[in-house]
Write a protein that binds this ligand. Structure first.
Ligand SMILES: Nc1nc2c(c(=O)[nH]1)N[C@H]1C(S)=C(S)[C@@H](COP(=O)(O)OP(=O)(O)OC[C@H]3O[C@@H](n4cnc5c(=O)[nH]c(N)nc54)[C@H](O)[C@@H]3O)O[C@H]1N2
Ligand SMILES: Nc1nc2c(c(=O)[nH]1)N[C@H]1C(S)=C(S)[C@@H](COP(=O)(O)OP(=O)(O)OC[C@H]3O[C@@H](n4cnc5c(=O)[nH]c(N)nc54)[C@H](O)[C@@H]3O)O[C@H]1N2
Ligand SMILES: [Mo]
Length: 759
C-alpha cells in the first residue's frame, strides 16, 4: 500500500464544487486583475442580450435574455482580458526575449494586455514598437515573397464570425487552403465523425432538450471547470430526478456534487445536489469498449424472451438508418471478457447502463475531450452516435448528441469557412460573391502545418490568436522549427510563449478583446458568435479599449490583405467600416445565414439549420449510418502490464495554455502543476510512494522515446492503469505524429508511458 504522507500543496478537497469556494475565487480574480467597480459592471453584462459573449466557453445561455448567470471561470476569463496590467513597449525595453523565455507561461500572460504593434529587433533581442502601416507593409512584402502554399493561416477559436470570415477570404484570395485551426486539436473528431453518421458535424440538442430528457450519459468532460454554466443545467436535471451516468477515469468533484452559486438556499445552508447517479471510472482510452458493451447489453435486452415492448427502436432503424445488421453482428462477435479488459468496467456495470438507457424515452449524451483526443477519436464519437441511433434518440424532444465545444466561437469559425478541406459549393459561392477563384487543393490542418514547418516546407505562419506551438504536441521539435520561419505574425491580446519563438521576422499585432468597444467609420460595431448549440448571437464590447493603439481583428485582417494583395477584388476598407457589410457577404457565401443582419438583432439571435434534428440525414445514402468500430482499442494495445495510459487535462485555474494560477481546487492540488495523478495500487505496483519524484517515458511501439523528468506522483481517485498530468506541461510526451488518422486530432488523452523513480 502506498503510504499517505504529507506532500506540500496536496490536500483532500471534501466540499461540493461551486458554492462559496467559487464566489471566493471570483472575488480574488477581480481583485487581482481589475478595478473593482468597473469589473462588477462588466461581468454583469456578460452574455446578456446587449452585452458581450463570455470568452470562457461555448455553452449557451438560456434565452440569452435571462438574468446574469454567475460562473467562476467565466469571471476569470473576463478579468484576465479586462485586466489593468499592460505590456507596453517600455516593458520590452526592460526585458529581452531571451529573458522572457525563462518566465513561466503564467508570468508571461500575467504581464497584462499588449498595447502596441511590435516587431522583433535581432540586434537588441527585443520587441520594439512599430507603426501599423509599417507592420502591414512588412507583412505584405513577406507574403508576396512566398508561395501561398508555404504559408500557414492559424485560427484560435475566439475569433468572431466576422473576423474568421474575412481571414479565410484573405488567405484564399492570396492562394492557399492552409487553415490549421484549434478545432483540429479539439473537436475535429466530431466534425469528421458525425457527418458520416448523421450528416451533420455538430450537436443536435438545444438547452430546452435538457428540460425534457429522461437520462444523461456524460462522457469524458469536466464541466465544473470547463463549462461551469452547464452545471446549472445538470443541477436542474438532477433535481428533477433525471439519472446522470458518468464515464470518466477521474472522480471529478463537480460531477459528484455541486452547490449552485445562483441558489440562495443552497448557499446559505451549505446544501448541494448530487449530480451523478452512477459514476463509472472507465480506463483512459476505454470508452469505445464501454460503449460497445452498453450496445451489446442493449441487444441482449431487446432479444430477451417475454419482453412486451422492444428495447431497440426497430421502426426508426428501418425508416432512417443503414448498417444496423452489421453493427449487431460485430457486437455479437465481441466477447464480454475483452470488453471488460479494455474498458476496465464490469459486464454488470455496463448492463446496468443499458438497462437505464432502455427505460429512458429521451437520452442526451454530452461529451468532451476525453472522447475526441484519441488515436481513434472519430470512431469513438461514432459509437456515441450508434448508441443514440439504436433508440431513435435524434429528432425528438429531450434527446440527442451534445459535443461540448471548447473556445467560445470555435464552432462558428468552422461554419464561416475556416477549413483546410473546402467544399466545392462554398468555393463556388466565394467566386460568385467576390470575383476571384479560390484554390481547390486541400491545405494543412494543425498537425500537418507543424509537420510542414518542421520539415522546412512552410516558411510563414500567421496566427489569429492562440498559442499554437504550446498547444500542439512535441515542443522539442516544434519550438526550434518555429525559429526557422521567415516570418511569424501573431494577432493577440496577451504575450505568450509562441511569440518568443522568433523567426527571421516576428511581428505582434495587438487586438481588441471581446469586452471592448469596437468603433469603426459607421459607428460602434458588434460581432457575432455561434455557441455549442448552433445559436448565433451578437456580442458588443462594453469597456474602453486598454490602449488607443489597438485595432479590431477585422481591421487587422483587412490591413494585412490590402498590403498583400494590391489587385484584390475585395473592398476591404469598405467592409470594415460597417460589419453589417461583412455579414451580408457571409450570408452570400453561406445561405444558412439568411437575413443575417435582421435576425441577429432579435434578442437571443437565431439557430442555424440542423437537418438531423428533423430526421433529415445529409449523408450520401440519405440515411443515418451505423458505423462499426473494428476491435476495442482506441489506442494501440500493449501486452506489457507495466505500461500505463497517460491522459493530459486542464486544471481549474487555466484556460488552455493560459495559466491563471497554480491551484486545482476540486482535485486538491494547490500551488503546483508538476504532479502525476495515479491510483494508489499503481503506485504500490511500481514501488513508488505518494509524493515521490518520478520520470515518465513514452512507450509507443515506434519512434524515439520522449521523457519528462522530476514530476511528483500523487495518489488520486483515478482508474487503475490510467495516469493524468496537466496540459501543456506534459505535451513533451505526446508525439506529433501520434494522432487520429481520420481527423488529425492528436492523441493527447492517451499516451502509453512507463514511469520510474526520478533519476
Ligand atoms: N475554464 C476553462 N474553460 C475551458 C477551457 C479551459 O482550459 N479552462 N478550455 C476550453 C476548451 S478549448 C475545451 S476543448 C473545453 C475542454 O473541456 P473538457 O473536455 O472538459 O476538457 P479536459 O480538461 O481536457 O478534460 C476532460 C475530462 O476528460 C476526462 N478524461 C481523460 N481521458 C479520458 C478518457 O480516455 N475517457 C473518458 N471518458 N474521460 C477521459 C478527464 O478526467 C477530464 O475530466 O473546455 C473549454 N472551456
Ligand atoms: N496535451 C494537451 N494539449 C492540448 C489539449 C489537451 O487537452 N491536452 N487541448 C487542445 C485544445 S482542445 C485546444 S482548443 C488547443 C488550444 O490552443 P489555442 O487556441 O492555440 O490556445 P489558447 O491557449 O486558447 O490561446 C491563448 C492565447 O490567445 C490569445 N488571445 C486571447 N484572447 C484573444 C482574442 O480575443 N483575440 C486574439 N487574436 N487572441 C486572443 C492570447 O494571446 C493568449 O495567449 O490546445 C490543445 N492542446
Ligand atoms: Mo478546445
Amino acid at each position: 500500500m502506498a503510504q499517505q504522507r504529507a506532500v506540500p500543496g496536496i490536500k483532500k478537497y471534501t466540499a461540493p464544487a461551486g458554492g462559496w469556494g467559487a464566489l471566493k475565487a471570483t472575488a480574488k480574480a477581480i481583485r487581482e486583475q481589475m478595478e473593482t467597480g468597473e469589473a462588477a459592471v462588466t461581468l454583469f453584462r456578460t452574455n446578456k442580450p446587449d452585452g458581450f459573449d463570455c470568452p470562457g466557453c461555448a455553452w449557451p445561455d438560456k434565452e440569452h435574455t435571462s438574468t446574469f448567470q454567475f460562473c467562476e471561470n467565466g469571471a476569470k476569463a473576463v478579468t484576465w482580458e479586462a485586466t489593468k496590467k499592460r505590456v507596453s513597449p517600455e516593458f520590452f525595453q526592460g526585458h529581452t526575449v531571451s529573458d522572457l523565455w525563462n518566465w513561466t507561461d503564467y508570468e508571461l500572460e500575467n504581464g497584462g494586455r499588449l498595447t502596441h504593434p511590435l516587431v522583433y529587433d535581432h540586434a537588441s533581442d527585443r520587441y520594439q514598437a512599430i507603426s501599423w502601416e509599417a507592420a502591414f507593409q512588412r507583412i505584405g512584402e513577406g507574403l508576396r515573397a512566398h508561395h501561398p502554399n508555404t504559408v500557414e493561416f492559424y485560427t484560435s477559436g475566439r475569433a468572431s464570425n466576422e473576423a474568421a470570415f474575412l481571414y479565410q477570404i484573405f488567405a484564399r484570395e492570396y492562394g492557399t487552403n492552409n487553415f490549421p485551426d484549434c478545432s483540429n486539436m479539439c473537436h475535429e473528431a466530431t466534425s469528421v465523425g458525425l457527418p458520416q453518421s448523421i450528416g451533420l458535424g455538430k450537436g443536435t440538442v438545444s438547452l430546452d432538450d435538457f428540460d425534457h430528457c429522461d437520462l444523461i450519459i456524460s462522457i469524458g468532460h469536466n464541466p465544473g471547470t470547463n463549462h461551469p454554466r452547464m452545471m446549472g443545467t445538470l443541477h436542474e436535471c438532477a433535481k428533477r430526478g433525471v439519472p446522470i451516468i458518468v464515464f470518466n477515469p477521474m472522480r471529478e468533484r463537480a460531477l459528484e456534487r455541486f452547490a449552485d452559486p445562483q441558489n440562495p438556499i443552497e448557499m446559505s445552508t451549505f446544501g448541494y445536489e448530487n449530480i451523478a447517479s452512477s459514476y463509472y471510472q472507465v480506463k483512459v482510452g476505454g470508452d469505445a469498449a464501454a460503449l460497445k458493451g452498453v450496445m451489446k447489453a442493449l441487444l441482449a435486452l431487446d432479444r430477451a424472451p417475454g419482453r412486451n415492448a422492444p428495447v431497440i427502436d426497430h421502426a426508426f432503424i428501418a425508416e432512417h438508418t443503414r448498417g444496423f445488421e452489421t453493427l449487431a453482428a460485430d457486437l455479437d462477435a465481441t466477447e464480454w471478457a475483452d470488453i471488460e479488459a479494455a474498458s476496465g468496467l464490469s459486464r454488470t456495470a455496463l448492463e446496468a447502463v443499458a438497462s437505464a438507457y432502455a427505460q429512458s424515452n429521451a437520452t442526451i449524451i454530452p461529451y468532451g475531450m476525453g472522447v475526441t483526443q484519441h488515436s481513434r477519436g472519430t470512431d469513438n464519437v461514432q459509437q456515441i452516435a450508434n448508441l443514440l441511433l439504436m433508440r431513435g434518440n435524434f429528432g425528438k424532444a429531450g434527446a440527442g448528441i451534445c459535443p461540448l465545444r471548447g473556445h467560445s466561437n470555435v464552432q462558428g469559425d468552422r461554419t464561416v469557412g475556416i477549413t483546410e478541406k473546402p467544399a466545392a459549393d462554398m468555393l463556388q459561392r466565394i467566386e460568385e460573391t467576390f470575383g476571384f477563384k479560390p484554390p481547390v487543393e486541400h491545405g494543412h490542418d494543425a498537425v500537418a502545418a507543424m509537420q510542414a514547418i518542421i520539415a522546412g516546407r512552410s516558411k510563414v505562419l500567421i496566427c489569429l490568436g492562440g498559442n499554437l506551438a504550446v498547444a500542439l504536441p512535441d515542443p522539442e521539435q516544434s519550438f526550434p522549427a518555429m525559429c526557422g520561419l521567415d516570418l511569424v505574425v501573431h494577432v493577440a491580446t496577451k504575450l505568450n510563449r509562441s511569440h518568443l519563438l522568433i523567426g527571421k521576422d516576428a511581428i505582434i499585432l495587438p487586438c481588441l478583446g471581446r469586452t471592448e468597444h469596437d468603433i469603426q467609420a459607421a459607428g460602434p460595431q458588434m460581432v457575432t458568435v455561434e455557441d455549442s448549440m448552433s445559436m448565433v448571437h451578437s456580442s458588443r464590447g462594453k469597456l474602453p479599449p486598454v490602449s488607443a493603439h489597438l485595432r479590431s481583428e477585422p481591421a487587422i485582417i483587412a490591413g494585412m490583405a490590402i498590403a498583400t494583395l494590391p489587385q484584390s477584388k475585395v473592398a476591404w476598407a469598405e467592409l470594415v467600416e460597417d460589419y453589417d457589410r461583412i455579414r451580408d457577404k457571409i450570408e452570400a457565401v453561406f445561405p444558412d445565414f439568411r437575413d443575417f443582419n435582421q435576425r441577429i438583432r432579435v434578442p437571443g439571435g437565431f439557430r442555424l439549420p440542423l437537418p438531423a434534428t428533423e430526421r433529415v440525414w445529409k449523408t450520401p445514402s440519405g440515411k443515418a449510418e451505423f458505423i462499426v468500430f473494428k476491435g476495442l482499442n482506441e489506442d494501440p494495445a500493449t501486452a506489457d502490464g507495466a505500461v500505463l495510459r497517460l491522459t493530459t487535462i486542464r486544471s481549474h485555474d487555466q484556460y488552455n495554455t493560459t495559466i491563471y494560477g497554480l491551484d486545482d481546487r476540486y482535485r486538491g492540488v494547490f500551488g503546483r502543476r508538476d504532479v502525476i495523478f495515479m491510483h494508489k495500487d499503481d503506485l504500490a505496483a511500481h514501488n513508488i510512494q505518494h509524493g515521490d519524484a518520478i520520470d515518465i517515458e513514452t512507450a509507443l511501439p515506434s519512434g524515439t522515446p520522449r521523457r519528462l523528468a522530476g514530476f511528483i506522483a500523487i495518489a488520486h481517485n483515478i482508474a487503475r492503469g490510467s495516469i493524468a498530468a496537466y496540459y501543456p506541461e506534459a505535451n513533451g510526451l505526446v508525439p506529433l505524429d501520434y494522432h487520429d488518422p481520420q481527423s488529425g486530432t492528436p492523441s493527447y488523452k492517451s499516451v502509453p508511458v512507463r514511469i520510474m523513480r526520478h533519476a
